[in-house]
Design a protein around this ligand. Structure first.
Ligand code: SF4
Length: 610
């Protein structure tokens, strides 16, 4: 198969310690095997990995990879993956961001970049098409992300430059620091911002002027027009534009799986004060969209009056509204906006922060923690002042914030008694969907290669819809189907939300890929690539100590029945979970410890340029 478009076939490598750069050529064989985005990232991490690697050491690499469809005329085609070994979990990690950053990187002439080493002073990388400069700038120290982005743009003298970078939390090595881009977009999970901080890297700024190589522009235009039409004709389209992911609050609350009071309940009696209608009525002033996206799910909100007046933020999306709302007993949307803005400026993941603050409040309420453990604070559900104080303490590593800043894994090492009330898998704090009513979601969290994150497989809706009609065979297959489909979007550099929310078929993507690259690949062949990617990341994790014992959902999933609402009394049955996990391993072709066969390992010995 000949590749006729879609790739520059170049990766930019930067060593911050030696201040050197080099361009590495990609072979067609490498491209066709790993496709791009998260696929390129996982392979490059694997190639650069030692089993004893400390994620915060200069030897760790971070790969920044858009995909072959990023920035071409298609709906929702602005995604870029950040891939590394997580400082929070110690295992494979990635997180992606929308906006325009990856588009600009591709226009600068690169399919991906890889960064290793550590700058001797706080610096940013400035990529101006073919020119690459490492710019030390001490004035960026301690600056919130938004201010830092402004300083960098001003110094470069180009308002159109695209920037991705970190706030003080990344500099302070908060292990769940995120990477912000384009004002309010975040690669939120797994501590990719911490990796930047460990490298003394405040940001990357990029400007590109090249046209992206497209094989068949006429075909792409035809397919794109049809795709835009089909999205706009979806009956849900207009509502989605109004609320974006905030529409999910009501759906989950009515279904009884909205995390409430640190994942104790699945229903919040004041959900109508933190939902999409509340946002629309009182706070929303505009929309933003990633490149090429008619869905425009970024809600821009302004608090016009009261204690938080003047707060303006792109967000929240559902996860933030839940983790700083129902999960902490908060019913004030203005406060959620304030917490969102503070997290964005500090550069911390709202899911991990909201999750851990919930654990702390319950830990104090239940007497596991004493006032002396939490800087003498009195922590209560819905207490906005102390929640905001904790966010700031985390970002600046002050007092108890210094403990939380190390993430769930290390919090449990310090306070093992918190384990039954901490919702995490492999050290990653669980995101905002209750897994107790749907065993497939519990399995999805437990077998996710980055820990308890919903974006690997989100099966709640389908399992609730199928109810008693489905056995564990179908449920295990559903998890694998999601784990096959979602990497395809990340490898191609597009957003999965048209597929999830507006019924857009995954079968369109091989057609788009053919138009852009000239390569015919069926969806089954794409799924073979994503299965291989799942094997690759599993091997990385196995080499870093992950075994069968790590493939379990949080204790709370088994031990604490949902209290109220339509799922009241639901909990995952342990014996059934053992059966579904065994089945999952068999379907994946892994042994009873969850280890892929040795022959699989050999598939990844290839070099990128051979
Ligand atoms: Fe970006 Fe939202 Fe569109 Fe996805 S749906 S590309 S996140 S604007």
């Amino acid at each position: 198969m000949k590749i006729r478009g879609g790739y520059s076939k170049k990766i930019l490598e930067i060593d911050l310690s030696s201040k050197t750069t080099r361009i590495r050529k990609l072979s067609d064989r490498f491209i066709l095997k790993y496709i791009g985005g998260r696929g390129f990232g996982a392979k490059l991490v694997w190639d650069n990995l030692r089993p004893d690697l400390d994620p915060l050491s200069p030897d760790n690499v971070v790969v920044i990879a858009p995909g072959p469809l990023t920035g071409v005329f298609l709906p929702a085609s602005g995604k870029t993956s950040f891939v590394s070994i997580s400082p929070a979990t110690g295992i494979y990690a990635d997180s992606n961001v929308g906006g325009m950053f990856g588009v600009e990187l591709r226009q600068a002439g690169y399919d991906a970049m890889l960064i290793r080493g550590r700058a001797d002073k706080l610096s940013y990388i400035w990529i101006d098409n073919g020119q690459v400069e490492i710019v030390a700038n001490d004035d960026l120290k301690g600056k919130g992300y938004l201010e830092a982005e402004g300083i960098i743009r001003h110094e470069i003298g180009d308002e159109m430059v695209k920037v991705a970078g970190i706030g003080p939390a990344g500099e302070n090595l908060v292990r769940f620091a995120c990477i912000n881009a384009d004002w309010g977009r975040n690669a939120g999970r797994t501590g990719m911002g911490t990796i930047f901080g460990s490298k003394n890297l405040k940001a990357i700024a990029v400007r590109g002027a090249s046209d992206l190589p497209v094989h068949d522009v006429g075909l792409l235009r035809e397919l794109s027009n049809k795709a835009f039409d089909s999205l706009k004709k979806n009956p849900y389209f207009e509502f989605w534009q109004r609320q974006g992911l905030m529409s999910v609050v009501d759906y989950l609350n009515e279904a009884g799986v909205l995390p409430t009071y640190n994942f104790r309940d699945g229903r919040f009696d004041r959900a109508d004060s933190i939902n999409g209608y509340e946002m629309e009525e009182k706070y929303k002033i505009g929309d933003t969209a990633c490149f090429g996206c008619p869905m425009a799910c970024g809600n821009i909100n302004l608090v016009k009056e009261g204690e938080y007046a003047g707060t303006v933020v792109e967000g929240p999306e559902y996860e933030t509204a839940c983790m700083f709302g129902s999960n902490l007993g908060v019913d004030n949307f203005a406060f959620i906006l304030k917490a969102n803005a503070v997290c964005d400026d500090l550069g911390i993941d709202t899911i991990s922060a909201g999750n851990l603050i919930g654990v702390l409040i319950e830990g104090c309420e239940s007497g596991i923690l004493k006032p002396g453990d939490v800087d003498g604070m009195t922590l209560r559900w819905g207490d906005e002042e102390s929640i905001l104080a904790l966010v700031n303490k985390i970002g600046r590593r002050e007092g108890v914030g210094d403990v939380l800043a190390d993430g769930a894994k290390r919090v449990l090492e310090k306070w093992p008694a918190l384990k039954p009330i901490t919702s995490q898998v492999k050290g990653l704090e669980q995101s905002a969907y209750d897994g107790r009513a749907t065993i497939s979601m519990a399995l999805a969290y437990a077998t996710s290669d980055i820990g308890a994150h919903h974006a690997r497989a989100w099966t709640v809706g389908k399992e609730l819809e199928m109810g008693a009609d489905w056995g564990i065979e179908e449920k295990a297959a559903l998890v694998i189907y999601h784990q096959q489909t979602r990497p395809v979007f990340d490898m191609l550099g597009v957003c999965r939300l048209p597929w999830i929310e507006l019924g857009f078929s995954e079968l369109h993507y091989p057609e788009f890929y053919r138009a852009v690259t000239g390569v015919s690949m069926t969806i089954e062949e794409m799924f073979e690539r994503s299965d291989a990617l799942y094997n690759l990341t599993r091997l990385i994790n196995v080499d870093r100590g992950v075994t069968h014992k790590d493939d379990y959902p949080p204790d709370r999933c088994f031990d604490l029945p949902i209290k109220t609402g339509p799922q009241a009394g639901k909990v995952v049955d342990r014996d059934e979970y053992e059966r579904i996990l065994d089945l999952y391993y068999k379907k994946r072709g892994w042994d009873e410890n969850g280890v892929p066969p040795e022959s699989v390992r050999e598939q990844f010995n290839d070099k990128l340029d051979e």
